[in-house]
Design a protein. Structure first.
Ligand SMILES: *Cc1c(COP(=O)(O)O)cnc(C)c1O
Length: 482
């Protein structure tokens, strides 16, 4: 176990890089003796090498796409090319500030403007806001736009319909916008039951929220009928773009009749994520919803880019400035590098890889559906029940083999769900190793179920009480042994 850096502190030890402190340190000393900074901060005292070793060790305890396979379904943990980071770190980008004058920021504004145009082509939604910082915030923004639209038409509505397979953030976002949420059941194929939807949808329905492919990894083949049904009743159709990695360059939500969507730029368009950000839940809308977008939006007049703040029905701001700008730079770099051809090949390979795992794991787990999957595949671990084992035990045992577990217990409509999304960036060798590890775990379950029940065994911390951690989080720092 690695001690906290505070526990490693030795009184009087320090590291100073600068031989001749000169003016800068003089000023620092003055600041410290002024009222602005406290002298008695209990900061640790350590030498440079102590600090370097401490953080290098910690970084190697961390798990990421750069260390091993990460098939976390619905999260699209694809490899994030390093050139994205290098581009986002160019001095012109990192030294700019949103409070600078527009004329100083032409390059940054041009990038956002061009990105909007590219995403418009990819999604079929002509206008975007980049303020929301996560998919969930994008949903919330989208729902605020939906609400403002109906209110503008003097027909406020009170409910939003989501499928029973939907991601938890969908009903949560609708509820946070003050809507009643109604579930529509999936049929035996795992698709939205259109007849049941037809019964639920009425003139009080503000929107239907869908993701396509859905959370079972299946393409909603009835999408055109669904859209027609929603529009006939005056409801809007919201697209949760978290699963867009399956469709890039092949088709788009605009063609399917969607009115408003969010993209998870940090998933589909490759920014490292999973540690809480920074992310981007860019929201795209059809032409009729443009005037409801958060402000500012970016316009081009002649050769100049400018910020437009006077959108007629704007819902206001949902975040400072333009959201997480560095994520937009990474998205832009990613799109330029792949181009049209590369983008649609990314989706082809994402689907191919998922279908390969779908086939190869047929004897290990129970497929959740008979339909061919798109970019992710869902299984049930109910066949481990005989040994008293659960999806959780398989997930924990995978950690011992150095593989990040798939998403567990989601979607909720599949018992003991394991949702596997390999993404396009994984090689066949990696997928084959995953399959052989899964087969090995199946054998272990039959021979020695206890091995799974108590996994992981090779990690710093063993099996944790996750319920207790969630219900009674204790984040206070205690000295070891206290
Ligand atoms: C990840 C995800 C979201 C939420 O996106 P965040 O960026 O994590 O807030 C919504 N819907 C689906 C289907 C997702 O996979």
């Amino acid at each position: 176990m690695e001690n906290l850096i505070f526990e490693k502190s030795v009184k009087g030890r320090f590291s100073r890089y600068v031989q001749d402190p000169g003016i800068a340190l003089d000023r620092a000393d003055k600041l410290i003796s002024s009222q602005y900074l406290r002298k008695d901060l209990p900061l640790p005292s350590l030498g440079e090498l102590d600090v370097v070793r401490h953080y290098t060790r910690l970084s190697s305890l961390n798990y990421g796409v750069d260390t091993n396979f990460y098939p976390l379904g619905s999260c699209t943990m694809k490899y994030n090319p390093k050139i994205n980071e290098q581009t986002a770190a160019l001095p012109g980008f990192i030294s700019s500030h949103p409070l600078q004058d527009e004329s100083d920021l032409q390059g940054c504004l041009a990038l956002i403007y061009d990105l909007e145009k590219m995403l418009a082509e990819i999604t079929g939604m002509p206008y975007f806001t980049f303020q929301p910082c996560a998919g969930a915030q994008g949903e919330f923004t989208g729902m605020m736009i939906v609400r403002a639209w109906h209110e503008h038409k003097k027909q406020p509505r009170s409910k939003v319909i989501v499928p029973d397979s939907s991601h938890g953030t969908n009903p949560a976002s609708a509820a946070m916008c003050g809507y009643k949420v109604e579930m529509v059941e999936s049929n035996s194929r795992g698709l939205v039951d259109i007849d049941k939807l037809a019964e639920k949808i009425d003139r009080d329905t503000a929107a239907v929220m869908l993701t396509n492919p859905n959370t079972l990894g299946l393409f909603e083949t009835g999408i055109m009928d669904l859209a027609e049904l929603a529009h006939k009743k005056g409801a809007l159709l919201y697209y949760d773009g978290a699963n867009f990695n399956a469709l890039l360059g092949k088709t788009h939500p605009g063609k399917m009749g969607f009115d408003v969507l969010h993209l998870n730029l940090h998933k589909t368009f490759s920014t490292p994520h999973g540690g809480g950000g920074p992310g981007s839940g860019a929201v795209g809308v059809s032409k009729k919803l443009r005037s409801f977008l958060p402000v500012p939006v970016i316009e081009k007049k002649g050769k100049k880019y400018r910020l437009k703040t006077d959108l007629r029905h704007s819902i206001g701001k949902v975040h400072a400035f333009y959201g997480n700008f560095s994520v937009l730079v990474k998205t832009y770099a990613y799109l330029l590098r792949l181009g049209r051809e590369g983008l649609s090949r990314a989706s082809e390979n994402a689907v191919l890889n998922a279908r390969y795992l779908e086939k190869m794991l047929q004897d290990v787990l129970i497929p959740a559906s008979n339909e061919p999957c798109m970019h992710e595949t869902v299984f049930s671990a109910l066949n481990f029940k005989q040994q008293g084992l659960h999806a959780l035990d398989i997930a924990k045992r995978l950690i011992d083999y150095g593989i990040h577990p798939p998403t567990m217990y989601f979607p909720l409509i599949v018992k003991e769900a394991l949702m596997i999304e390999p993404t396009e960036t994984e090689s066949k060798e990696t997928l084959d190793r995953f399959v052989s590890v899964m087969k090995k775990i199946k054998q272990e379950a039959e021979l020695d179920p206890e091995l799974l029940k108590t996994a992981p065994h090779n990690t710093e911390l063993k099996r944790l009480d996750e319920v207790k951690a969630a219900r009674f989080p204790d984040l206070r720092w205690k000295k070891t042994g206290e």
